[in-house]
Each structure stands twice: as structure tokens, then as C-alpha cells.
Design a protein around this ligand. Structure first.
Ligand code: KG4
Ligand code: ZN
Length: 333
């Protein structure tokens, strides 16, 4: 089975061809990060315009690299939600046109189902059910993966997503966008116990997350130090932020696993590239004899392979769309 996956939900135009769900024949990503960097974040209109320019050559290269023709495909999967609406619309409309022209089924795919599926590519032995922590720039979800295409959300963020918190703290500390990776690098030489930062608990749902208090604490700390003419060791603050986020994510994930009887855990999304998060979860899982699956760093961020893989499972489940398919900025998993 050959599925083409197209992704354009944020600032990466990406496409990939997957054979039999997890065998990735090509994986082409055109990133706009350098252009958005100068504005300190993704500018939605610029993102849409770049997708418009890039989607055809990226899809063409994905087919060429895979040595596959349009006629040989079994289906065309596309990220239809959630994401930046103008960005999503480019991929969705392109996929609709392609599916119509080639006479192939169109498979609408959820971006977070894609992130989760990145684990199947690296670890085909991973099979539902299991618990997955999905942490990206826009989401922090604790998800029960019931089947390849059915999910139940146990917890979610009440405010900032984990990636957003990393990026906002990094920005306040003077690192360029996207700051998560810079904060991760700086943490390597910092003291994670240098600063005590808030770890809020949500009374109504112990699995929910809240990261805006941590971000505010970091901004206030930097502001107060500046007012007093004091200098703060950026590496120490970075390491403290990373340790706090890692602890919160780990505590919630392990608690949910214990309380719902899961001994298999996965992590997915851009923040699953974070070294502190990976180490902290690995340690906690080792302690309890839980098995932890993590995507390789190359598949943590947005890419087409994860959509081709998730789209393959959606195809099997009979999920289809016709030419009335629309994109949506928000959508439950
Ligand atoms: O999944 P993703 O590529 O895009 C969304 O769907 O949002 O996630 C991007 C997020 C950004 O906030 C980025 O800073 C964060 O993932 N990220 C990291 C690291 N690498 C990417 N955050 C912390 N440490 C990293 N090493
Ligand atoms: Zn993503």
C-alpha cells in the first residue's frame, strides 16, 4: 500500500510516501523557520504564501525520491486540522486537486495523530493501546491511544502548551525563535536546581497542565534582576526551566499510566526532542519497568512521513473525504 502524506499546518511544507504504513520511501521538508525568525515567531500570512510556492515542488520531490508515480498511489493523506488556517488550506486544497486529478481517495488526517504515528515509523513493534504524551508548540495532551485511529484525551493544557512555554521563556532570555532548542542546548551547561520555579496543579483534573505561571515567573525574574542591575546566569535559568517542565510532564504522564493501567508509554511532538524531557521520562519508566517509545529526533518536529503513516492507518480504517473537505484551525483528536 502506497500513501502520499502532505503537511502544511504551520511553517513546514512537507510531503512523504509511505509503503505499508511505516516504510518511508521519501521524506521532504521545506522549512520556513529562517524567514519567520526575524519576526520572533510564525507570521501566518507569510507561512501561507510560502506553502503556496513550495507545495508543488515538495510533493513532486517526495514522489520522485520514492520512485513512485501518482497512478501507483493508493491514497492521498493531508493534514486537515488543527493548525494555522491559511497554512492548512494550502495543503488541503492542493491534496483535493491532486486526488481529483489522479482519481485517488483523499484521506483527511489530524496533525496530532501524525505526531503520534511518528513512533510507528521508528518502532513498528509499538501497538495500541498505550498512553502518549503529545507535546508540541500548540498542544500538551495526555492521550490514551485506543487504536491507530481512536484516541481519548485524559489531560490537556489550560493555557500555554509546553513548546510555547519553552519558546516564550527562551525569548525572554534573549534566544532566537524557535527558542526551545536553544534553551535545551543552554541547559546542558546549567544547574537545574539554581532556580525554584512554580509547578501548578489543576484542582479539577490532575492530568491537565498549566505552564503560563512558569513563563510569568521567568519573565518577572529577569525583569527584577534587570531593575536591580543583577545578572542572571542564562544557562542556570535554562536548566531550571527545562527541569521544571520535564518534571511536570513526567509526573502527570506516570500518574496517568499508573491510574489507567498502562505500562507502555510514548511521547510525540516537537517537545519530544527535548533532552531533559526524554531523560526524565526514561528514568521514571525504567524505575517502574515501563516501556517508553520516543521518535528519533528527525521525526519529532513537523514532517510529511508522520502524516503518510497516520494517513495509512486512517486509510485502513476507511476514513475518507470528498471534494467538500475543509480545513479547520481547531479539532478534537
Ligand atoms: O510539533 P512541532 O514541530 O510543531 C507544532 O505542531 O507545534 O513543535 C514545535 C515546538 C516548538 O515550540 C519548539 O520550540 C519545540 O517544539 N521544540 C523544542 C525542542 N525542539 C523543538 N522544545 C524544547 N526542546 C527542544 N529540543
Ligand atoms: Zn506539530
Amino acid at each position: 500500500m502506497l500513501i502520499l502524506g502532505i503537511e502544511s499546518s504551520c511553517d513546514e511544507t512537507a510531503a512523504s510516501v509511505a509503503r505499508n504504513h511505516t516504510e518511508i520511501l521519501s521524506n521532504v521538508v521545506s522549512s520556513q523557520v529562517e524567514e519567520h525568525k526575524q519576526y520572533g515567531g510564525v507570521v501566518p500570512e507569510i507561512a501561507s504564501r510560502r506553502h503556496c510556492e513550495n507545495v508543488l515542488p515538495v510533493v513532486q520531490k517526495a514522489l520522485d525520491d520514492a520512485g513512485v508515480t501518482l497512478a501507483e498511489l493508493d491514497g492521498i493523506a493531508v493534514t486537515a486540522y488543527p493548525g494555522l488556517i491559511g497554512a492548512l488550506l494550502v495543503g488541503v486544497n492542493f491534496a483535493k486537486g491532486l486526488a481529483l486529478t489522479a482519481g485517488k481517495p483523499l484521506v483527511p488526517t489530524h496533525h496530532l495523530a501524525g505526531h503520534i504515528a511518528a513512533n510507528y515509523i521508528a518502532h513498528p513493534e509499538l501497538k495500541p493501546p498505550y498512553l502518549c504524551l503529545v507535546v508540541s508548540g500548540g498542544h500538551s495532551h495526555l492521550v490514551e491511544v485506543l487504536t491507530y485511529t481512536k484516541f481519548r484525551i485524559l489531560g490537556r493544557t489550560r493555557d500555554d502548551a509546553a513548546g510555547e512555554c519553552f519558546d516564550k521563556c527562551a525569548r525572554a532570555m534573549g534566544y532566537p525563535y524557535p527558542g526551545g532548542i536553544h534553551l535545551d542546548k543552554a541547559s546542558q551547561s546549567g544547574n537545574p536546581k539554581a532556580f525554584s520555579l512554580p509547578k501548578p496543579k489543576i484542582a479539577e483534573n490532575a492530568y491537565d497542565f498549566s505552564f503560563s505561571g512558569l513563563k510569568t515567573a521567568v519573565v518577572n525574574l529577569l525583569h527584577n534582576a534587570q531593575q536591580k542591575g543583577e545578572t542572571i546566569c542564562r544557562e542556570d535559568l535554562a536548566a531550571s526551566v527545562q527541569a521544571t517542565i520535564s518534571e511536570v510532564l513526567t509526573e502527570h504522564t506516570i500518574r496517568a499510566a499508573v491510574e489507567h493501567g498502562y505500562s507502555t508509554i510514548a511521547i510525540a511532538g516537537g517537545v519530544s526532542a527535548n533532552s531533559g524531557v526524554r531523560e526524565s521520562l526514561q528514568k521514571a519508566c525504567d524505575k517502574r519497568n515501563f516501556t517508553l517509545y520516543m521518535p528519533p529526533l528527525s521525526l519529532c518536529g513537523d514532517n510529511g512521513a508522520m502524516i503518510a503513516c497516520a494517513g495509512s492507518y486512517a486509510f485502513d480504517a476507511g476514513i475518507r473525504a470528498d471534494s467538500s473537505l475543509n480545513a479547520s484551525a481547531t479539532m478534537e483528536l
